[in-house]
Every structure is written in structure tokens, then in C-alpha cells.
Design a protein around this ligand. Structure first.
Ligand code: GLC
Ligand code: MG
Length: 595
């Protein structure tokens, strides 16, 4: 990819700064910790880092409540430390993308404090969404909107004379007041904030709740609130005026230098089609595709999600694929639980972090490894959430009093929330210093690690090519070597409905979603590049006896696993099936026997 479009097919590693690595021993991850572990990231082969918010914050929502947009939280470092990280990473070919949270700030932000001290109707209050309450004494919220984290989306303030005053809107926690993006002063302030970080070498921004920044004019009641069904309040999300913000930011990014700065949006909308408008030429470069993330482990459903994402944006702006992040239960755990084949709501972030019963860890790990092989095969950027490369499961058993997520708190424990995917990473097997997360003798880590985290430590996996870390390294290296510039993906129709077959050039990825192995024929005596099932390299499946060996014409793909291979035979020249071939088209590779 050209320098200008470095993000196009990039592998981007998401760093939850608080939990990646603690260099100074206070039990909280920090920027110096990231710099100390750059070797891990270089060995993994990533092109860029996305740092979760590390600005000054009272940490009600761990940095998604920002008190000062131009400073780094002292727990994480300072602006100089951020610049040092950008430089050290840059020397190793890794760019740094930050997180821009502009829908809301923290109640401790100077503007919000000024707003509290000022009169209703003042310029200070006009930067936020303050409204008078309803009812005879303004005792009822201005409308019936619900916060994403549970409970009403409005909180009433107390005036200087001690009397109850106006209400302010918070789409999330009460500690996160929403800005009024219809106010030009807000827009101008954020232009300056972006410029501040671009001047420090930041390559771009992930935009938090990019679909939520503008609310429907007049803040109308939500008709769905009384049905008890929850769901999507259209007045809070995806308003047409939101696009003006991204046109503005794109222009700011363009004038920041060469290459222009990258913008990727977090956009949870009910249909894939709603994403399209955000990806116009003068708006965002990319949007996360959450469709794969919300789908169950099922060939048809995963295939349909891939087709939807590719149809949507085409080759010009390929998706930013994501299977996991700091808001959802980890892949190993999701795939190790009973699969819900009902229709998922792709706008419901909270559902992806919901308790779902017992976990079969071995199964979850098998499937998560196969899912990684699928994700890393796709054209577009691939986002990897820290710890996924270690095969880390969700920590479901955190003690109640250790949990910190406002979702847990505001739902009264009904929703488990997101702490379990934010537990500090295990670097070493030695439990001293929180398994190498902190230096020995440090303070307790901010969330406790279970003893079994030792089994997943990076140190234990580093020299083992069969480990999940070894697999990730191999897949990322192969992706760079074989797939960079390989063009679009074709989905091939095999006779076996539970095997998904994808092709880019002569490289093929087969994913077997079934609980039994499947035999696939028709590729000729190709070359096996990678296999995700541990037994693939053992005696049980001699025809795929190890990476880079020849494979016989009949290939056994073990249950819940994936292989990458170079096919020796492909359909005759010029007669390839059309991209993303649908049912009814030709069957180029026959599936010979399903067991
Ligand atoms: C986004 C973030 C999430 C945060 C929320 C509010 O969805 O990913 O972590 O809580 O926005 O800022
Ligand atoms: Mg620290």
C-alpha cells in the first residue's frame, strides 16, 4: 500500500493503556510501559497502535470522561512521554493513533465547571445540553431518553443557592456530559485539539461514538421508551448534521501534513447501509465493522457478515475488521459459550458483554484461533485487541467489589459489563509484580489478575510456534508477505455449507465451522502456510504435516479450525467465479466428503 494509504490493509493493535504494562509500579499501565514492550509489538508485526484515551480524566469511564484534552493523565505519563512513544514506535515502523472522545467530556472539565457556575441560558451552558425539567417544578427530566449505561440520560444540577436547577444530557454516565455540537464554539475547540496532537506526530484518531455527536433537533421524546423493549433511540444517533463534523476533521487532517491524518469511526448503527454515509470521500477513512463481532460461530452467518461489509464499502474504503475490543467479552469466551443463533442487534454494544452461561475454554480457544485466521485473511484494516494474541479468556469471575465499569454499577450488577476484558496483561509466569505487568514489589494491579493468567503469559508462548502468540505472529507475517496488495477476496462456494472458503490470488483460507473435520479437494498439491488446530501438525492429519509443506489434493480441515494454503490449482484462466459468488454460481472446488 502507498504511504498515503498506510491504513488501508494495516494490522492495528489496540492498547488499553491502563492494562497493557505498568512501568512505574503503581499498578496502572502507562505510556512508558508501552515503550518498554515495543519488541512484543514489532515481533507481532503490527503497523500501528490505537491507544485508548490517556488524557487527564477522573476515570469514571476509564478515560472516556476527559477533563483536559491537551494533557496526558499523570497516571499514564505526560505529553513528553507520548511524544517519546510516537518517536520510538515510529523508528520501528509503527504509527500511533489516539482516541478522540468528543461526544462528551468529564464533569471535571473546565467548561463544565464554568457551566455549573453560570446561569441558565448563558454562553457557558450553551456548550452542553442543559434544559429545564418538565413537571410543575421542573422535577422531571426534559425527555425520556435512556443512558447507554442504564438509567435516565439526564441529571439535575444543584444551583449555587442550593436549589435544584436545570438538567444536563449524558448519553453515557452522569460523569460524561454531552457537548452541544450545534454550537460553533464546540466545533472550533475540537479543531484546535486535533491540531494539538497532530503536531505531536499522532497519525490519526479513532473517533468515539462517531454516530452520536449530534442529537435530533428539539430533543423529542423517544416513542420506544415505553415498550419496555429497549433498543435504538433514533433521536440520539446518526443525525444528518453529524457529517459536517467529519468533513471538518478530514480537512484538519489534510492540512496537518503528508500523509494526511487517518480517521476511523466507532459507529454502532442498526444497518450496514447506515455506515455508508460516513465513508464519503471527504469524511472518515474507515469505520469499524462490528458485524463479524456480533455474529455467532456459524459459517453462513459469518459469510453473510463479510459480504455485507464488503458490499457496503467496496475496495475504495475497505472495512476496519474487529472481533474484539475493550467493550465486549473476549473472543475465546464468546466462542466457548452456547452460540445464540437469533438475530443480533448490531447497534447494541452492551449485548456483546453479556453473561451467557458456562464456557468451554478449549473449544473457545480453537474457534478464536480459527477466527483470527479468518480475520487476518480479509482485505481492509484488521484491529487486534491486546491480549487476543495470547488467547486470553474473559475474566468472568472478578470479585464484585473489584468491578469498576459504570455499566456494572448502573445496572445494579444485572449487566456484567466490561471489566473482564480489561484485566492487566500477563507478561511472565511469575506472579510477583502481577505476572510481569508491573515491576516486582509494585502496588496491586488496578484490577486483580486470576492465578490462571500465568498459563497465558507472553513469556510462556514467545518461543513456541504452536502457541496462540506463535500463530498470530505467523499469520500477521504471512499476511504482509502474501496478501499485501493481493486485491479483493472471493468467497468460494463449496458443497460443504459449514466450510467457508476464501481466495485472494492463489492464497486460500478454509475455515471449518463444524464440530467434526471436513475433507476438501480440488486445490491440487498446494502448499500449506498455516493451520490453527494443534493436531494439524501432529500424526493424525499427515497430509497437513506442518507449515509450508505440500498438501495432498484432499485436505482435512479439523473441526473448528482454519488453514491457509497456496493452491496449486485454480479454475481455468479468465473463468474465475465472480467476487463474493452467491448461491447458484459455479462450484470451482468440489468438496469430496463430509464425514
Ligand atoms: C465508546 C467506548 C466505550 C465508552 C463509550 C463512552 O463506546 O468504546 O468504552 O464507554 O464510548 O465514551
Ligand atoms: Mg504505572
Amino acid at each position: 500500500m502507498s504511504e498515503e494509504q498506510w491504513w488501508h490493509d494495516a494490522v492495528v493493535y489496540q492498547v488499553y493503556v491502563r492494562s497493557f504494562r505498568d512501568a512505574d509500579g503503581d499498578g496502572i499501565g502507562d505510556l512508558a510501559g508501552i515503550r518498554a514492550e515495543l519488541d512484543h509489538l514489532v515481533a507481532l508485526g503490527v503497523d500501528a497502535l490505537w491507544l485508548n484515551p490517556c488524557y487527564v480524566s477522573p476515570q469514571r469511564d476509564h478515560g472516556y470522561d476527559i477533563a483536559d484534552y491537551r494533557a496526558i493523565d499523570p497516571a499514564y505519563g505526560d505529553v513528553g512521554e507520548l511524544e517519546a512513544l510516537v518517536q520510538a514506535a515510529g523508528k520501528r515502523g509503527i504509527r500511533v493513533v489516539m482516541d478522540m472522545v468528543a461526544n462528551h467530556c468529564s464533569t471535571e472539565h473546565a467548561w463544565f465547571r464554568e457551566a455549573l457556575a453560570a446561569e441558565p441560558g448563558s454562553r457557558e451552558r450553551a456548550r452542553f445540553l442543559f434544559r429545564d425539567g418538565r413537571g410543575a417544578h421542573g422535577e422531571l427530566p426534559p425527555n425520556n431518553w435512556q443512558s447507554v449505561f442504564g438509567g435516565p440520560a439526564w441529571t439535575r444540577v444543584t444551583d449555587a443557592d442550593g436549589r435544584p436547577g436545570q438538567w444536563y444530557l449524558h448519553s453515557f454516565d452522569p460523569g460524561q456530559p454531552d457537548f452541544d455540537w450545534r454550537n460553533p464554539e464546540v466545533a472550533a475547540e475540537f479543531d484546535a485539539v486535533l491540531e494539538f496532537w497532530f503536531a505531536r506526530g499522532v497519525a490519526g484518531f479513532r473517533i468515539d461514538v462517531a454516530h452520536g455527536m449530534v442529537k435530533a433537533d428539539g430533543l423529542p421524546d423517544w416513542p420506544g421508551a415505553d415498550t419496555g423493549e429497549g433498543g435504538h433511540n433514533a433521536a440520539m444517533w446518526d443525525q444528518p448534521e453529524v457529517h459536517a463534523i467529519y468533513r471538518r476533521w478530514r480537512a484538519v487532517g489534510r492540512s496537518a501534513g503528508d500523509p494526511e491524518r487517518y480517521l476511523v469511526g466507532e459507529i454502532w448503527v442498526p444497518s450496514a447501509g447506515a455506515l455508508r454515509a460516513y465513508l464519503r470521500d471527504d469524511e472518515l477513512h474507515q469505520a469499524f465493522s462490528f458485524d463479524l463481532l456480533v455474529q455467532p460461530w456459524d459459517a453462513g452467518r459469518q459469510r453473510a457478515a463479510i459480504e455485507r461489509a464488503l458490499d457496503l464499502v467496496g475496495e475504495r474504503t475497505p472495512p476496519a475488521w474487529t472481533l474484539s475490543n475493550h467493550d465486549v467479552h473476549r473472543t475465546v469466551t464468546r466462542y466457548g459459550q452456547a452460540q445464540d443463533l437469533g438475530d443480533p442487534d448490531p447497534s447494541d454494544m452492551i449485548a456483546a458483554a453479556r453473561r451467557r452461561g458456562p464456557v468451554d475454554l478449549a473449544l473457545g480457544i480453537r474457534r478464536a484461533r480459527a477466527a483470527a485466521a479468518l480475520q487476518l485473511f480479509l482485505p481492509g484494516a484488521v484491529y487486534l485487541y491486546q491480549g487476543e494474541e495470547l488467547g486470553l479468556p474473559e475474566v468472568l469471575g472478578l470479585p464484585d467489589d473489584a468491578r469498576q465499569d459504570p455499566i456494572w454499577v448502573r445496572s445494579g450488577g444485572a449487566e456484567l459489563g466490561r471489566d473482564g476484558c480489561r484485566v492487566p496483561l500477563p507478561w511472565r509466569t511469575d506472579p510477583a509484580g502481577a505476572h510481569g505487568f508491573s515491576p516486582a514489589g509494585a502496588a496491586r494491579s488496578w484490577l486483580p489478575q486470576p492465578a490462571w493468567f500465568a498459563d497465558f503469559a507472553a513469556e510462556r508462548q514467545r518461543d513456541d510456534p504452536e502457541s496462540t502468540l506463535g500463530l498470530y505472529r505467523r499469520l500477521v507475517a504471512l499476511r504482509h508477505e502474501m496478501l499485501d496488495g493481493a486485491g479483493p477476496v472471493e468467497i468460494l462456494d463449496l458443497a460443504a455449507p459449514d466450510v467457508l472458503a476464501l481466495r485472494r490470488g492463489d492464497v486460500v483460507c478454509l475455515v471449518n465451522f463444524a464440530a467434526a473435520s471436513r475433507e476438501v479437494a480440488g486445490f491440487g498439491a498446494g502448499r500449506l502456510l498455516a493451520a490453527t488446530a494443534p493436531e494439524s501438525s501432529g500424526a493424525e492429519a499427515p497430509e497437513i504435516s506442518g507449515p509450508e509443506t505440500s498438501v495432498a489434493d484432499v485436505l482435512v480441515v479439523p473441526a473448528d479450525s482454519a488453514v491457509w494454503l497456496v493452491a496449486a490449482r485454480l479454475p481455468a484462466g479468465g473463468d474465475l467465479p465472480t467476487t463474493r459468488a452467491r448461491e447458484g454460481s459455479s462450484t470451482p472446488f468440489a468438496e469430496v466428503a463430509a464425514q
